[in-house]
Ligand binder design. Structure first.
Ligand code: SF4
Length: 888
C-alpha cells in the first residue's frame, strides 16, 4: 500500500477532473484524516472544500451492502447468475443491440475497461454509453475533428505560464477550485497576467478576472469566429504553422469574413468596444490559454464552439508550447480514463476509431474476442429513448443516477419502468435510480476502490483503498467480470486484480501503434502487482522503450489525421433560437461550490451542506420585481416537461431574462427540484451532448399558505408541497411550505420530529398571525424545533441547527429557542461561507466592521479562506458590503 507514513494512503479525489492527490489517514478512533498530497503534481497539497470534507462522506449510512433482487436480499451467486442469464437470454432472442450499459465517469479506468470490452468485444454491440456524454463529449468530438484524436495538448503548468487566460463557459472557482487557486497564485506572482471571463453570469470566477464578457447564452462560436477574422485582419496568424501543419484555414476564415463587428456584437450581446478590447488583448498576447468547460460543451452547438476555439489557436500556432493552447477541463474524476478505454458508444479502446476496420480488427485480435461492434451504439439520450420504446430490453446502469441527470428526466423514469430488466450497480441503497432497478448490486465506494483515474491534463493516478469492503460490496471490475464469466467468457475475463486489467489496457494501447495514435502507455504493459501499487502519477503518453517524459502535443504539428495535418473546421455562429412567449426565461443549470453531482456523497457532510442548504434559482432583481418575486420566497419554474419549486435568490450576478438552478438536488433531498426534468433533450448533432444549459421556462412566484423551518435529530419524511432537507452536525434541517394547513400543529411537529406522544412539547401559537413555534425535548436535549409563519421564516438557520448540540437545562433557554433569536451569549454565525473552517457570514461581517478590510486579514483572524480558497470571492464581497455600511 503506497503511503506517505505507515498509516496514510496516497490516493486521488473522486470528484472533479482536476484529479487532486489525497493523503487519507485512518485514525484509531475511526476518523478518516484527509490532506492534500504535497507531492501530487495536480494540486501540490491543495484541496478544495469538497476534497477536504471527504472523510465526512465515507460512513455506511444508506449504503447498499448486499445484492438485492426485487427489493429482497440475495446472494452474489444468485444475483450474478440472474444478470448473466437475463442478458444472455435477451441477446439470444433479440440480438446484441437489445441490451445496453449506461456507465459513468465515476468508474475507475479498470472498471470502464472491462465493461467496454464485454459490450463491444463479446456481446458485439456498442450500446455502452456514459454520463460523460453529458459532460464533455463535445470536447471529444471537437478534438477529433481538429486533431484526428481526442488529445488535450497542454498541461496544468501552462495555466501558470500563460500571460493571458481566457475562461469560457467555466465557473472554475467553484467547479475546478484547485486549478482556480493555481491560477490565482500564478497571477499574484506574475501580476501582468490577464484573465478574461466569458460567461452570461458574473460567477465567483469573475473575482480574479480583469475583464468579464457577459456573453449571450451560446454566443461563444460567434465570438471565436469574430476573433479568427480579427486575428487575420491584423496579420496575427502564423502562416508558417498554418501552411506546414494544417488545412481548412481559408474556409474557416471565409465564414469569419461574412461577420463584421456589428454582426458578432448582435450574436454575442457584447458591445463593439468590448469585442475590440478582447480581440486586441488576444492578438497581442502570444502566451494564451483558452480554458473551456460545460458552458461550451453542454449546447446544441458545443462541438462547433470547441472547434471555433481551436481554430484560433491553430491559426496563431499557439498550441503545444509553454503557456499556450486550448484546454478542456473535464467535470468528472475519470471522464478522461473513460475516453481512453473507449467508454463512449462511438469510440473504441485506446483512442482507436470504431469506424476504422483496421482498428476494429486490431482490437478484436488483441482481445481474441468472438466479435467486435462494427457500428456506433446508442448515445445516452437515444439509448434511453430506445429503452422507453422497448428496443433495449435489458439495461445495466453503473455508478450513475440518470433519473436526475438526464434531460427530460421524467422520461427516464418512464423508460426504466417500461424496461423488462434493469440492473443498477451503486454504493447507495436508495437513489432516484435504484428505486427502479430489478437487481441492485452493491459496489465499492471511494476509499474501498483500487484502480486508476486520468485527470484533465492526461495524468494517470492511482486511487488506493484505505477502508475494507463493507458488507457484501465488491469493486465494479469484479462485478462485470463475474457476469462476463457467467456469460461464457471466463478465459477472457480471468482477472484476479485490477493491476492485471491495467497491464492489459497498457499493452493494448501500444499494440500496432507506430505513431498513429496519441494514447500510448505501453511502458506499463508488463507492470507487476507491486509496480501497480507503487505507481506514481504520470502523464501519457509513455510508450514502451522510451524514457518517461511529460510532454505537450502539436507544437510541431504531427496530428493524428491521415495527412498528419490539423483541420480548421468551418463553423458558423449559432442562430438565435426562436423564443416561446410562454417560456420567456433561459434556464442555465450547473454546479455549486460545495456539492457534487446528485449529492449521494457530499449530502452526507454537514459542512458541505451549510453553504447552500436548499435548491434555488438565481434571478435578476429587476426580473423578480416584475414578477412580484421577493428574495427568499419560493418560485415555480415550469415548461411542457414539468415544474420545479425552489427558493428565489435575487442577484445582479445573473443576466436579465436568465435563471440559474443548480443540478444537485434530487428526490432524496427536495420535494420538486430535479432541474433536469425541465431541460429539453436538444442535442449537439455531432457529439450527441444535450444542451443542459439552455432550457426555456416560465418563472412564477409560488404562493404557499404557510412556510416553515425545522431542525430535528432524526431524518424526517415530509410530503409538503415544498420541502428541502439538509444534514447538520447533529441532525437535519428542513425547509417547508404548503398550500394546505395541518389540522393540528402539535401532532404535525411530533410526526416531523418522530417523537413519542408522551414527549412534552413547548409551544407558542398566534393563530391570528399564523405563527407557530413548537419544540420537543427529550430530557435536556432538543429533539426538534419547528417555526411556522405566513411569510418565509427568518430565523437564523445556522444558529437553530446548532441548538441540537446544546443542553436545555432551564426554562429561559427553552423560551429563547422558541423566540427564534440567539441570546447575547450565543452568537449567530450566519450562513456558512467558509466550509473548510465553518465560518459564517455574520462572523466575517463583524470582523470586517472591526477593521479586517482584506481577505488576508479575515484569514488571519478567522482562518476563513485560508484552505481551499473557494470562498475568497464571497469574503471579499462581504468585506466590501460591510466597509460601505460602516462608512454610511
Ligand atoms: S479541485 Fe476539489 S473536487 Fe476537484 S479534484 Fe481537487 S479536491 Fe477534488
Amino acid at each position: 500500500m503506497e503511503s506517505d507514513s505507515p498509516t496514510s494512503v496516497r490516493t486521488t479525489c473522486p470528484y472533479c477532473g482536476v484529479g487532486c492527490g489525497v493523503l487519507a489517514t485512518r485514525e484509531e478512533s475511526g476518523v478518516i484524516g484527509i490532506a492534500g498530497d504535497p507531492h501530487h503534481p495536480a494540486n501540490f497539497g491543495r484541496l478544495c472544500s469538497k476534497g477536504s470534507a471527504l472523510g465526512e462522506t465515507v460512513d455506511l449510512e444508506g449504503r447498499l451492502l448486499e445484492p438485492r433482487i426485487d427489493g429482497e436480499p440475495a446472494s452474489w451467486d444468485t444475483a450474478l447468475d440472474l444478470v448473466a442469464g437475463r442478458f444472455a437470454e435477451t441477446i439470444r432472442e433479440h440480438g446484441p443491440d437489445s441490451v445496453a450499459f449506461y456507465v459513468s465517469g465515476q468508474l475507475l479506468t479498470e472498471d470502464y475497461y472491462v465493461a467496454n470490452k464485454l459490450m463491444k468485444g463479446f456481446i458485439g454491440s456498442a450500446n455502452i454509453d456514459t454520463n460523460s456524454r453529458l459532460c464533455m463529449s463535445s470536447s471529444v468530438a471537437g478534438h477529433r475533428r481538429a486533431f484526428g484524436s481526442d488529445t488535450v495538448p497542454g498541461t496544468y503548468e501552462d495555466l501558470e505560464l500563460a500571460d493571458l487566460i481566457v475562461l469560457t463557459g467555466s465557473n472554475l472557482a467553484w467547479c475546478h477550485p484547485v486549478l482556480y487557486q493555481r491560477i490565482a497564485a500564478a497571477k499574484a506572482r506574475r501580476p501582468h497576467m490577464r484573465i478574461v471571463l466569458i460567461d452570461p453570469r458574473r460567477t465567483m470566477t469573475a473575482d480574479i478576472a480583469d475583464m468579464h464578457l457577459k456573453i449571450k447564452p451560446d454566443g461563444d462560436t460567434a465570438l471565436f469566429v469574430g476573433l479568427l477574422g480579427y486575428l487575420a485582419a491584423q496579420g496575427a496568424v502564423d502562416r508558417t504553422y498554418l501552411d506546414r501543419y494544417t488545412s481548412g484555414f481559408d474556409a474557416a476564415l471565409a465564414i469569419a469574413k461574412n461577420h463584421d463587428l456589428r454582426s458578432i456584437s448582435a450574436r454575442t450581446g457584447l458591445s463593439p468596444e468590448e469585442l475590440r478590447e478582447f480581440f486586441a488583448l488576444v492578438t497581442r498576447t502570444e502566451r494564451c490559454v483558452t480554458i473551456y468547460s460545460q458552458g461550451v460543451n453542454q449546447s446544441t452547438s458545443g462541438t462547433d464552439k470547441v472547434n471555433a476555439i481551436i481554430n484560433c489557436h491553430l491559426a496563431t500556432g499557439r498550441i503545444g508550447r509553454p503557456g499556450m493552447g486550448p484546454f478542456s477541463v473535464t467535470g468528472q474524476p475519470n471522464a478522461m480514463g473513460g475516453r481512453e478505454v473507449g467508454g463512449l458508444a462511438n469510440m473504441l479502446a485506446s483512442h482507436m476509431h470504431l469506424e476504422d476496420e483496421d482498428h476494429r480488427q486490431l482490437v478484436q485480435d488483441f482481445w481474441a474476442s468472438p466479435t467486435i461492434a462494427c457500428r456506433p451504439g446508442l448515445k445516452a439520450v437515444d439509448l434511453f429513448d430506445a429503452v422507453r420504446e422497448g428496443k433495449v430490453k435489458a439495461l445495466w446502469i453503473m455508478a450513475t443516477n440518470p433519473v436526475d441527470s438526464m434531460p427530460e428526466a421524467d422520461l427516464i423514469v418512464e423508460a426504466l419502468k417500461a424496461c423488462p430488466f434493469v440492473v443498477v450497480s451503486d454504493i447507495n441503497a436508495v437513489t432516484d435510480t435504484t428505486r427502479h432497478g430489478h437487481v441492485l448490486l452493491p459496489a465499492a465506494a471511494w476509499g474501498e476502490k483500487d484502480g486508476t483515474v486520468t485527470n484533465s491534463e492526461r495524468r494517470i493516478s492511482r486511487q488506493r483503498p484505505f477502508l475494507p469492503l463493507p458488507g457484501e460490496a465488491k469493486p465494479d471490475w469484479w462485478i462485470v467480470t463475474q457476469v462476463a464469466r457467467r456469460m461464457g467468457f471466463a478465459t477472457s475475463f480471468a482477472y484476479e486484480n485490477p493491476s492485471q486489467i491495467f497491464a492489459e489496457h497498457a499493452a493494448l494501447s501500444g499494440t500496432g501503434n507506430r505513431g498513429g495514435r496519441d494514447f500510448d502507455i505501453s511502458a506499463h504493459a508488463a507492470i507487476s502487482g507491486e509496480g501497480y501499487n507503487a505507481l506514481q502519477p504520470f502523464q501519457w503518453p509513455q510508450e514502451r522503450g522510451k524514457s518517461a517524459s511529460e510532454q505537450r502535443f502539436f507544437a510541431d504539428g504531427d496530428f493524428y489525421t491521415p495527412d498528419r495535418r490539423a483541420r480548421l473546421v468551418a463553423v458558423h455562429p449559432a442562430n438565435d433560437e426562436a423564443s416561446d412567449p410562454r417560456y420567456p426565461f433561459v434556464l442555465n443549470t450547473g454546479r455549486v461550490r460545495d456539492h457534487w453531482h446528485t449529492m449521494t456523497r457530499t449530502g452526507k457532510s454537514a459542512r458541505l451542506s451549510g453553504h447552500f442548504a436548499e435548491p434555488f434559482a438565481e434571478i435578476h432583481p429587476l426580473d423578480a420585481a416584475e414578477l412580484g418575486i421577493g428574495d427568499a420566497t419560493l418560485v415555480r419554474l415550469a415548461n411542457d416537461h414539468g415544474a420545479i419549486i425552489v427558493r428565489a435568490l435575487l442577484t445582479d450576478r445573473q443576466a436579465r431574462g436568465n435563471v440559474f438552478v443548480p443540478m444537485h438536488w434530487t428526490g432524496q433531498f427536495a420535494s420538486k427540484a430535479r432541474v433536469d426534468t425541465l431541460v429539453t433533450a436538444n442535442l449537439d448533432p455531432v457529439s450527441g451532448q444535450p444542451a443542459l444549459k439552455m432550457a426555456n421556462v416560465a418563472v412564477r412566484s409560488f404562493q404557499a399558505r404557510w412556510y416553515g423551518f425545522a431542525v430535528m435529530r432524526e431524518k424526517p419524511a415530509s410530503v409538503e408541497d415544498y420541502w428541502a432537507l439538509a444534514r447538520t452536525q447533529a441532525g437535519f434541517r428542513l425547509e417547508l411550505a404548503s398550500c394546505e394547513q395541518p389540522r393540528d400543529w402539535s401532532s404535525f411537529a411530533q410526526q416531523l420530529f418522530q417523537t413519542e406522544a408522551d414527549v412534552p412539547l413547548l409551544a407558542y401559537h398566534d393563530h391570528r398571525q399564523g405563527q407557530h413555534r413548537i419544540a420537543a425535548f427529550e430530557g435536556e436535549t432538543l429533539a426538534g424545533v419547528l417555526y411556522v409563519a405566513r411569510e418565509p421564516v427568518t430565523v437564523s438557520r445556522s444558529w437553530a441547527s446548532e441548538q441540537l448540540m446544546q443542553q436545555f437545562a432551564d426554562a429561559h433557554q427553552r423560551y429563547q429557542l422558541l423566540a427564534g433569536k440567539p441570546g447575547k451569549n450565543m452568537p449567530d454565525k450566519g450562513a456558512i461561507v467558509c466550509a473548510c473552517f465553518s465560518v459564517g457570514k455574520n462572523e466575517i461581517a463583524a470582523a470586517a466592521r472591526g477593521g479586517c478590510h482584506t481577505v488576508e486579514a479575515i484569514g488571519q483572524t478567522l482562518k476563513a479562506g485560508t484552505n481551499c480558497g473557494s470562498c475568497r470571492a464571497e469574503i471579499r464581497g462581504i468585506i466590501d458590503a460591510n466597509i460601505v455600511e460602516a462608512a454610511e
